[in-house]
Design a protein around this ligand. Structure first.
Ligand code: AKB
Length: 316
């Protein structure tokens, strides 16, 4: 019987992943934790505890007490916020991962999942259809920490046989939990503002193309990677997953189809430089071949769901 620990259950990925894993493994077997209170649907559907992954002693006690066999470590300071607090962001992103890898070694965890990001790429990386194996010279704190994390994950796999698995998430879009402090956050904010105010001021230029993914596709990809037999996993650093690629202008146009009066102004801030250093599109053939990565949503179908669900949330 698997006992799963989620670190960061209150965040954008954590909320939806916890609920999905509870459907598969049973509510009582998925232990949701965070340093902040969980959303009601997470708190009320299974075990939840406040837990700081940086507190190694408490983390280890927790894992032993609950006989944890798998960990999803989602704790991270995202790209925009990390630039404001570089040293703190580095410490949080790295110590959280190293504490989990050490835990994996000491209690022999079956599997560890850790999210990497397209932020491992930098200005010298080929921008279009970025390959799995390519130049990785990130110039953001977040990107440097994600690249270092990938190297540590692969190292623990080779040296200590930890079943470390990871994907390089593109920008993630969801209506359930809002993101916090990322460069791709505009692609969530824009939907809320379209409904609430009919206008939006975007912090990226209109022609900034970035890889993006709707959360149901990201959750499906994460679970299918984690459920694949170990011998099929050929990448022990982190898999490219591409989703779709679009610009702020493209999203605005897809919203205008439903809200014709919607207006967008473009006022780039410091996050423009981060976005400029990232790829526009991602080649994810290795993930498709190794564990059958597929997607269900494109920009049009995602926009329909986002607008419908955000409206329903506001009306309730
Ligand atoms: C961010 O914008 O920082 C994240 C990411 C692409 O990893 N969404």
């Amino acid at each position: 019987m698997e006992k799963i620990l989620i670190i960061g259950c209150s965040g954008q990925i954590g909320t939806e992943l916890t609920l999905e894993l509870r459907k598969i493994y049973g509510d009582a077997n998925v232990f949701a934790t965070d340093i902040k209170e969980a959303p009601p649907e997470v708190r009320d559907s299974g075990p939840f505890e406040i837990l700081d992954v940086l507190d190694e002693k408490r983390l280890n006690h927790f894992a032993i007490r609950h006989k944890i066999t798998q960990v999803y470590n989602l704790a991270a300071v995202l790209s925009g916020n990390a630039e404001k607090i570089p040293m703190q962001a580095w410490n949080i992103n790295m110590i959280a991962l190293l504490n989990i890898l050490e835990l994996g070694r000491s209690i022999r965890l079956n599997k560890v999942f850790w999210p990497s990001s397209i932020a491992v790429f930098g200005p010298t990386t080929p921008k279009i259809n970025t390959p799995q194996l390519t130049i990785t010279e990130p110039n953001t704190v977040y990107g440097i920490s994600k690249l270092a994390g990938e190297r540590w994950g692969e190292y623990y796999h080779k040296r200590y046989c930890i079943d470390f698995r990871s994907v390089r998430y593109p920008g993630l879009i969801s209506y359930k939990t809002e993101p916090g402090g990322g460069t791709t956050d505009y692609a969530v904010e824009i939907y809320y503002k379209a409904i609430e105010e009919g206008k939006y001021e975007c912090f990226l230029k209109e022609d900034t193309g970035l890889p993006m993914m709707f959360m149901p596709d990201a959750i499906k990809a994460t679970i299918s990677l984690m459920e694949t037999e170990a011998h099929k996993i050929t990448v022990r650093s982190s898999y490219n997953i591409g989703g779709m690629s679009f610009t702020p202008y493209d999203v605005a146009q897809s919203i205008i189809k439903h809200i014709p009066d919607f207006e967008v102004a473009y006022k780039p801030d410091f996050r423009q430089a981060i976005a400029n250093s990232w790829p526009t599109s991602i080649d994810d053939e290795v993930a498709r071949n190794d564990w059958g990565l597929t997607y269900d949503y494109d920009l049009g179908s995602m926009t329909e769901v986002m607008l419908r669900e955000i409206r329903a949330k506001m009306n309730s």
